[in-house]
Ligand binder design. Structure first.
Ligand code: BES
Ligand code: MN
Ligand code: MN
Length: 458
């Protein structure tokens, strides 16, 4: 075994202790009260990177959270890998559903439990330790590396997008390496070659100027909660087809080859249903579960509120109703265009008894990686060398908005080398990351950096 791989095995306990320190910082980017904590997480990473004696380690301030940047580029004739990750996390609530507190990392049954353990502190940290395994063993890094770590991924990367446009030269690279997705299944490594985009809307339906007695006014005055439900019901038909005019115009349909590739994946629908305690799956007619969850666009209500929801019964006709509605997008849908189409259609559904307001939250573009790219082949080989399993290529339904910008601005492909599992409960209570995948993730990353030049020369 190489010196770097040995080093990783010998130091894995310390790596875990260090990761715990990062996991203890509640760097929740959606919560403005936590700005100081987000800042702390950035500093932790800066200290970590500084310890590696790279050429540059720098913190860039933005109008929001800092961007941590580092580079070590000793070669003129070797590929440059830009490693991306995010150190912000989702809120931990509902906290009472956690078996151990979200920001007190704990190991149980081979898993690290903490908010951010999988998404994305634990996963992105693997690359810092992989680079450490070269720097601390006096092994020459066979490629150039750059790190870009952001604190705003969970809020749509509002400052990173302009940042990469402004710092194109500094960020010049041959590929981006990202661990912020999931493997196909436990012990079944996979490279994700497609991500969905996102358009996220909020709607408000307003009826009378105040809440009314539902006996005195009910039947004669429109109820905005009823109206909102009817409007939402018109967004899809019984076959799960989204009814917004022109919504599907830019959707690239799946080719026969795409659909055959999906059929080859060892997906266990029974286990999928069991893991969710559901009796049946659901979705757009004519598509499989995997296709529905990664290659087809969706529309979902994320939250809905209005009227009386506390204890007991209050007879009230509410004055307002609200909902948050998001759409996952696939190539070549454009989030701004879809937001516009949604707004027009939703407004058109409103009866003249109510007023409707529609606003837009952050979104993101979908992306697909070129399967012929040599970086993907190197990634697959690195996975196989460490996991001793053949690597699958699959698309996933989640979104990492910056991936499409890396392609658009820097002209490079991203290698989505996820070490997490779909069952990691990211964004949910009891988020976890398997210890063995933290360990194998570091080894796979180091192996990737080691073998990449051979693939570049082919
Ligand atoms: N790491 C996830 C994205 C992800 C998860 C991709 C699982 C593939 C599989 C990322 O941190 C995330 O949560 N993204 C958000 C989008 C963002 C605009 C808030 C998402 O997908 O909801
Ligand atoms: Mn993530
Ligand atoms: Mn996330």
């Amino acid at each position: 075994m190489s010196k770097t791989q040995d080093y990783i095995d010998q130091h894995i306990d310390r790596f875990l202790t260090e990761l715990f320190e990062l996991l203890r910082i509640p760097s929740v980017s959606t919560d403005s009260d936590k700005k100081g904590e987000v800042e702390k997480a950035a500093h932790f990473l800066i200290n970590q990177l500084e310890d590696l004696e790279l050429d540059t380690v720098k913190k860039f301030e933005t109008p929001g959270n800092p961007i941590v940047y580092a580079e070590y580029c000793p070669h003129d004739d070797k590929p440059t890998v830009l490693i991306y990750g995010h150190y912000d996390v989702q809120p931990s609530d509902p906290d009472e559903l956690w078996n151990t507190p979200p920001f007190e990392p704990t190991v149980r049954e081979g898993n690290i439990y903490a908010r951010g353990s999988s998404d994305d502190k634990g996963q992105s940290y693997t690359h810092i330790k992989a680079v450490e395994s070269f720097r601390k063993t006096g092994t020459e890094l066979p490629v150039n590396v750059k790190f870009i770590l952001e604190g705003e991924e969970e809020i749509g990367s509002p400052n990173l997008i302009p940042f990469i446009e402004e710092h194109k030269d500094m960020l010049a690279c041959d590929m981006v390496l990202i661990s912020d997705t999931a493997m196909f299944a436990e012990d079944q490594p996979s490279i994700t070659y497609g991500l969905r985009g996102l358009a996220y809307m909020e709607v408000e339906v307003v009826g009378p100027n105040r809440d009314l007695h539902s006996g005195v006014y009910g039947g004669a005055v429109e109820n905005p909660v009823n109206v909102l439900c009817e409007m939402i019901a018109k967004l899809k038909d019984e076959d799960g087809v989204i009814q917004i005019p022109k919504f599907y115009d830019k959707v690239k349909s799946l080719t026969k080859a795409d659909r055959d590739a999906y059929k080859q994946l060892p997906f266990d629908e029974k286990a999928y249903k069991e893991s969710l305690d559901i009796d049946a799956v659901h979705g757009e007619k004519g598509y499989s579960t995997l296709e529905r969850a990664s290659a087809r666009p969706t529309l979902d209500v994320n939250g809905i509120w209005g009227g009386y929801t506390k204890e007991g019964a209050k007879t009230v006709l509410p004055s307002k109703a609200n909902a948050k509605i998001s759409m996952r997008l696939v190539p070549d849908q454009d989030p701004k265009e879809i937001a516009q189409l949604f707004t027009e259609y939703f407004q058109s559904l409103a009866p003249d008894t109510v007023k409707v307001k529609v606003s837009e939250h952050h979104g993101g573009h979908p992306s697909v990686t070129d399967l012929d790219f040599y970086g993907l082949k190197a990634g697959a080989q690195a996975f196989e060398d460490i996991y001793h399993e053949e690597v699958l290529f699959s698309r996933e339904g989640g979104s990492i908005p910056i991936v499409s910008d890396f392609k658009r601005v820097l002209g490079v492909e991203s290698i989505l080398m996820g070490f997490g599992l779909t069952s990691d409960a990211i964004h949910s209570p009891n988020e976890k990351f398997a210890l063995k995948d933290f360990h194998r993730g570091i080894k796979t990353s180091a192996r990737f950096l080691e073998i990449l030049p051979e693939f570049a020369d082919k």
